[in-house]
Design a protein around this ligand. Sequence first.
Ligand code: MOS
Length: 747
Amino acid sequence: MPAPPLQTRAIGQPLERVDGRLKVTGAATYAHEFQLPGAAQAVLVGSTIARGTLKELDTAEAEKAPGVLKVLTHLNAPKLKSPSGGPGAMGGGIRIEQRAPLSDAIISYAGQYIAVVVARTLEQARAAARLIRARYEAQPPVLTFAAAAESARKPAQSFGEKLQETKGDPQKAFAETSLVQVDQTYSTPAETHNPMENSATTAWWESPEKLVLYDSTQHVKGVQDIAAAAFGLKRENVRVICPFVGGGFGCKGPVWPHTLLAALAAKVAGVPVKLELSRAQMFSGTGHRTPTRQRIQLAAGKDGRLQAVAQHADIATSPVGEFTEACAFGGAKVMYASPAISFSHTLHTLNTGQTSFMRAPGECPGSYAFECAIDELAAVLKMDPVALRLLNDAREHPLKGIPFSTRNLTRCYKLGAEKFGWADRKPEARSMRVGRDFIGWGVASACYPANQWNATVRMRLQDDGLVLIQCAAHDLGTGAYTALTQIAADALGLEPAKIKLELGHSDFPEGPVAGGSNTTATVGSGLVAAADVLAEKLGRLTVDDPKSSLYRANAKDLRLDAPGRLVGPDGGKGESILDILERAKVKVLEAEGTQKMSAPGKLAFHSFGAHFCEIRLDPDTCMVRVSRVVSVMDCGRVINPRTGASQILGGVVMGLGMALSEETIHDPATGLPVTRNLADYHVPVHADTAAMEVHFVGEPDLEFNSMGARGMGEIGVTGIAAAVANAVYHATGKRVRDLPITPSKLV
Ligand code: MOS
């Protein structure tokens, strides 16, 4: 039974960020900024080979260098337990790199940490780190899918979802000569997150049994779990604090070696230790998106109706852990109706840093390949690419055969076509020009599942009318503080200004990893549950009072309503909540509410969207510039159109980078990431972005939660690279099937 819909007053308003002032004044404190008296600085030393054994590690010079307190290596570091993370990995902490840092002499990727230098100052630590001499016995690194053939395997599932599935008989359709066939292979390079705030940990041992970590993380409870297990501590004796995150995009979801090494360094050095990764270390030590190679097969009737779709992805992991990018979840599995569907994923072990979550893992590269293939089918059929997608829109989940709670892909395309002016598109490639520039118009679908996991929310109503709310969840810069404040305001019948929301502290009740676009739905549902408990508690204070208008009401039936009132099931004037507290002489009333992940049911919860993109190509330089993007998304109810649109825009900009410039190149000889700064790894800047519009359609998804809201952190980055690639085809007549689309591929 879905919860009753929440009234909406604050919800739906374009509230400014409640943490905006703290951020622009520099008052928001990030992990590396927490000041602890006597804190030392740690610097990590990485391996310069990608595969082999550490034969000698000479630290004598470094140990004698000025200011040095400790040098840790696998030879002298206390051994950490290697915690594997909790069951299902979404409950306990997540570790993708499973090997415990400094556990042995085996080197599995370039940049793998071989030493930690702790010194009084950062300069001293850096200088000493340069004095460490390592001698390796190197083996040739495995850096390509072809070279990794021996390790190739087909994992059964990823986070509970099957990775290899078939419905119907796709092979029969692919052999059918009367059907129109597309069979193409696409590739995407390794990509790296690059949040503005590098990963950082400040570690302090309050006592031998009590650890405090200021960690830049998407998951304080996960860091708590894993640090407790690694050091053999009680969970509550590890406190993890992270009120603000300067971007994560997935790289701060799992717990990486540097966090454990900061804690280890502080333990051994006997002082608090601050450790911040360099930008270069962010390219090897906190995960990256796998390179992918994806074969897409489509068979359709002459009318354009799909008869079979298949998506096979080759993806990479590393020797120190396992991660599977579920590419088909962004294509064959969910996008279009088809009587026959198959998808599969083959995992290869490469000697590069561990692959991991990066914004819409799976859906992002998967939608690129699949939506390019759909465009190729439209070209073969000589059909309009929007019309082809509308024709094949799915009424029910294509693979699970159950209905979607809501699905508005068609409305996304219709509104997008109108806003973009799609009707003016000339269908032939190379047919539209402005001056000397070729113009290309392309479209592609976006998709992302709706996730709602576990959270407990604590509320404290004070007799001055303020409500303090706490949950160990996070705002990565997404606007979660603001959106959750709006939900709390409506759940409590109060103005947003009366709500003080605190996130990012492991002492707070259980919160989820800020991943999978789940925070608003999960914590929002916990908030609503907590408000119900608070209403009942307030009710118990007043239903026995003959002077109360709620005298003899059933406390369980009461609810909170604006402005600041407790009312009966049919509304009415009710009682002021502050009057209730005053008459009962209660200064503070606490309540907790819990949201529990539900088992898969009879409905599929999923968001869809459409991107329309215009590119301009200079025929002399073959430079592609994106000039316009219109994105229309259906994410259920939009809690805050300002922060919501900003999430979609951020995803689109990230997708433009994926389409045109971003590529983490590992040197084919050494395996070292050679693009490891923002000069060589090209993240779009303002000058690279376009005129971008975001629109939302659809109805509140009240089967999903009482706010009717699905997440929007990730869907924006899905599909956009395909929309750009399809626009490039329309401008040039050339299909570039490997990202990024750099000028050399168009000459
Ligand atoms: Mo996101 S890649 O699920 O943190």
